[in-house]
Design a protein around this ligand. Sequence first.
Ligand SMILES: Cc1ncc(COP(=O)(O)O)c(C=O)c1O
Length: 398
Amino acid sequence: MSSSEITSLVAQSPPDPLPKSGIEEWSLSKTMTFLNHGSFGARPHAVVDAQLRLKQQLDGDPADILWVRGDELLIDSTRKLADFIKSDPTDLVSVVNATQAINAVVRSLELKPGQNIIATNHGYFAVNQTLRYVAERAGAHLRLVELNPPLPDESGLADALEAAIDEDTALVMIDHVTSPTALLFPVEDIVKRCHSRGVKVMVDGAHAPGMLPLDVASIGADYYTGNLHKWVSAPLGAAFLHVQPCHHSSVHPSSISHYLGDGYQEEFKWTGTCDTSSFLSAPAAIAWFEDRFGWASVREHNCQLVSWATGRLCDAWSVDPLDVPPSSRAISMRTIELPKSIRDHFQQVEDWRLWLRHAHGIDIAVHDWVDRWWIRLSAHVYNRPEHYEQLIKVGLTF
Ligand SMILES: Cc1ncc(COP(=O)(O)O)c(C=O)c1O
C-alpha cells in the first residue's frame, strides 16, 4: 500500500492489536502512558539487547569494532538500510541524527550574498535555526513560506513553494513529514518542480523511515536525511544522509576528520571517536518489525489507531484536528487543536504537558504553532485505545 492509500483509511473503530506487540515487549516505563512516539521513538527489548551485545563487544575490544572490522560492519548495516529505504548504498552515510545531516549539507553550500534558502513555517525549529544561521553568515537569507490553515491540497502546497523560488534561490528545504502539523508534503512533485527551475532540494525526512514506505531514490532529492531512532525504533543516535552522486564531492561532515578529501563515504565514516553501536544496531530494528508483524501491517495498524483516536478525542473534547486533506496526513501522527480552557489555565502549552506528565503520567507532544495550541497524537504498535481514553478522561481536569 502506498502512503496515501494508507492515510485515506478512516477508522471508525480501533484496529485489533498486532500479536505480541504489547508494552511488555518494549523498554518503555510501565508507569507512563506514552502517546509521543514521534519525538524520540521508543525501542523494543530485542533492539536494546542487540545494541547491548554490540556495546559489550565494543568495550571488550574497541579496536576490533571501531577499526579492524569497522568498515565491514558499517558497509553491512548500510546495505541493509539501503534495501529498506530503497536507495543505492553508495549514496548513504551514517550520521547521529537529522540535525547533524542537515548541518553537514547546508554548511557545505557555498552561498553567495543575496541568495536565499526556502523553507516553511511547518519546519522543525532547530532546522530553520540552522538555515537562518548559515544563510545570514553568508549574507544570504532564509525565506520562510507561510502555509497557514486552512491548508491547500497537495498541489496547492507545491504551488506555494514553487511560487517562492526566484533566480537567487540556492536550496529548498522541505519536510517529508512535518513535526508540528503531521503533514505529508508531496516531496516527489516538489523535487521535480524545483529541479525544473534549477534549484536544489533537501528533504528533511526525520519522521519518514518506518512511518512511510520509503523509496528515497525515486524521490530524487539532492539530499535526503532520515532518523532511524523515531519510527524504525533503532537506538538513539541512528540516522542517515543520502546524497546524489553529483554532489558527493561537495558535501562534507561538519566535523572534519582524518579522511578529508578521500571521498564522500570515507569522510563521513569517521567524524571522531564515537559509539557506533546505534547505527550498527538499526538493522536489528528493521528486521524485528518485519519478522514479527511485517512493516505494511505496522503502518496500517498505526494509521487506523491514530485516525480512530483523533476522532474519539475530538468528539469528547469538542475540538478539531488540523484540517489536512487525507492524502497529506502522516500515517501515524495527527495534530489537534487544544480547547480554549487549557489556554485559559496555563501560561504556556508546555506547562499543560508537564502537568499531564506529573499528575497523570501521560507523555504527549505539544506545539504552539501559528499562535494556536496543538497536541500531536502518535500511535505505534504498543499503543492501545485505553491509552487515548486516559488522556481524554484526565486532560481537561485541572
Ligand atoms: C521534522 C524534524 N526534523 C528534524 C528533527 C531533528 O531530529 P534530531 O533531533 O534527531 O536531529 C526532528 C526532531 O524531532 C523533526 O521532527
